[in-house]
Design a protein around this ligand. Structure first.
Ligand code: F6P
Length: 545
């Protein structure tokens, strides 16, 4: 029960395990247990989690697993997969796993069968994608579509944009580009050099009323109609939405509107018709591989015991670092250039899901919830913020993500990439003591006094935790498994904090106030704004002359 969720930071077994570890640095844990690296790993659906460099021992893990059991994690996972109303503030299920279903499976959302509708809709949008790719669905002038522009934001952008980038070498369809920002600079950049006659536009919005998306959609519609005439619009536009009527009102033909369901959260939606840009770029087979990898991870998550369950262990380590060790943030460092956009997707997934301060029962969460999540690809990140990770006063745990095999032939540089990834986690753990630095400097000929002064600046404290997540390669199947793994990790944390991972009420106020400010900027009355916001509005108006 939600009301019975205990506090991690008060749990006697967790606190005792944390206190016992205080005097035992990571290096000592390795020294004391020759089997540590072997034992502190688990694998599922092609994703290997190595967590021996996390500051845990057997007691900590046992206490975390016991805590999860007391929170009813097993039943909560079952409830999630059974389509129960896990999103209680919106009265909905959260059944994104059903979008990865294979024919013959039965899926219920709040007691209603949904599997047939899922398969029918999936078939419809994948068929549409194939027809466009084959040039059978044509532009108004009878030619093929060679360009696709997806207009959407948040969950209607991050997922498809990230997957298209991650699997770019497998692209064999039209070029797919994305417009999200209400800053028209992005739209201008995408449309510059685009031939409207060859361009298919997809408007992706769960609600079909998101300000940024609708502003961009109307602008792009004008751009297209001015070039090709109003009659061309219906042939050049498609929509993905749960608001079928609003899409029709926009002028999109029924057979070009692909629906999904209110039990699919925006940030969990890339597996639905929101993935249409992926299918257009990569084709049906690749999209199905993506789903299959995610489905394999779903099975692993549902069935594997906690200690062998990758998303469960990742969730447990996350709350350990956050609530017992006091980490303020999690750094995610994929050693794969093609995963650069993974971090943006993950930020929305984690922080829109778990950035909450109220429990399911309405009581305040009595401790910290999500850590701030940030990062960049290795090795670039090593030349940016890794200095802080190694020597800054705060500890920021790191998830290193490493696809082992590359899809290019430059084996030497792939080896260098891997070397850097593995070296960084080792460096974070080992650090370098003042004595080690001093003797190295003296060996280079420095006087003891100078070496002393230099060593304090050059020493690295070490004992900084990280996990290494390996996948064989960055193909559609493994990517699907990796994404589903982080989705489930997010859910695990929410269960341990007793919060609803599937609503996002915090984003509403800003949206409403933006409307108010916009009215003021247009010279209309806008009540209820504070003195500084009023002043800033005046400053902007004066600048605009
Ligand atoms: O950022 C808030 C949010 O509601 C997200 O949850 C969602 O992914 C995004 O806006 C876009 O919403 P829509 O798909 O309805 O345009």
């Amino acid at each position: 029960m939600a009301g019975a969720v205990p506090r991690l930071s008060d749990d006697p077994a967790l606190c005792a395990a944390r206190d016992a570890l205080t005097a035992r640095p990571l290096t000592a844990l390795f020294d004391d247990d020759a089997t540590r690296a072997q034992r502190y790993q688990c694998a599922g659906a092609g994703i290997d989690l190595h967590y021996a460099k996390q500051r845990v021992d057997d007691d900590a893990i046992a206490a975390l697993v016991a805590f999860a059991a007391r929170c009813g994690l097993h039943d909560r996972i079952r409830g999630l997969f059974h389509g129960e109303t896990v999103n209680s503030t919106e009265g909905r299920a959260a059944l994104h796993m059903a979008l990865r279903a294979t024919p013959g499976e039965v899926w219920l959302a709040q007691g209603e069968r949904v599997d047939e509708a899922i398969l029918t809709t999936r078939d419809r949008f994948l068929q549409f994608a194939e027809e466009v790719r084959a040039g059978r669905i044509r532009a108004a002038d009878g030619g093929a579509f060679t360009e696709v522009v997806n207009i959407g934001i948040g969950g209607s952008d991050f997922g498809p944009r990230m997957v298209c980038a991650a699997l770019a070498p497998m692209t064999d369809g039209p070029r797919v580009q994305f417009i999200a920002n209400v800053d028209a600079a992005e739209r201008e950049q995408v449309l510059a050099g685009l031939d409207p006659a060859r361009t298919l536009v997809i408007v992706t919005s769960k609600t079909f009323r998101t300000q940024e998306t609708m502003a961009n959609a109307h602008s792009v519609r004008r751009w297209l109609a001015e070039a090709l005439g109003e009659t061309a619009v219906s042939q050049h536009f498609a929509a993905v939405s749960t608001a079928i009527e609003a899409a029709a009102e926009f002028g999109i033909a029924d057979d070009r509107v692909f629906g999904f369901w209110d039990w699919v959260g925006g940030r969990y939606s890339l597996w639905s018709a929101v993935g249409l840009p992926i299918a257009l770029a990569l084709g049906r087979a690749a999209f199905e591989q993506l789903l299959a990898g995610a489905h394999a991870m779903d099975d692993h998550f549902r069935c594997a015991p906690a200690e062998h369950n990758v998303p469960v262990m990742m969730g447990l380590l996350a709350v350990w670092n956050r609530n017992l060790l006091g980490a303020q943030s999690l750094v995610v460092a994929p050693y794969a250039q093609r995963l650069q956009r993974f971090i943006g997707w993950l930020q929305q997934l984690e922080m829109e899901s778990n950035g909450k301060g109220v429990r399911l029962d309405g009581a305040p969460v009595p401790e910290a919830t999500t850590a701030a999540l940030w990062g960049d690809v290795g090795t670039n990140a090593q030349h940016a913020f890794f200095q802080m990770l190694h020597q800054g006063p705060d500890t920021h745990p790191v998830d290193f993500i490493l696809p082992i095999r590359a899809d290019h032939d430059d084996h030497e540089q792939q080896r260098l990439l891997i070397a850097n990834c593995l070296a960084q986690s080792a460096a974070l753990m080992h650090g370098r003591s003042v004595a080690q630095v001093r003797s190295a400097l003296e060996a280079q000929g420095m006087t003891p006094e100078t070496a002393d002064r230099a060593a304090v600046h050059r020493h690295l404290p070490g004992n900084r935790p990280s996990s290494t997540i390996l996948l064989e390669r960055l193909d559609a199947w493994h990517l699907g498994a990796l994404l589903a793994c982080y989705e489930h990790r997010t859910f695990v944390q929410s269960v341990l904090w007793g919060i609803n991972a599937f609503d996002q009420w915090g984003v509403e106020l800003g949206k409403r106030l933006a409307g108010n400010v916009d009215r003021a900027l247009r010279g209309e009355q806008a009540a209820g704004l504070d003195a500084e916001t009023d002043l800033l509005i005046q400053r902007v108006l004066n600048s605009a002359g």
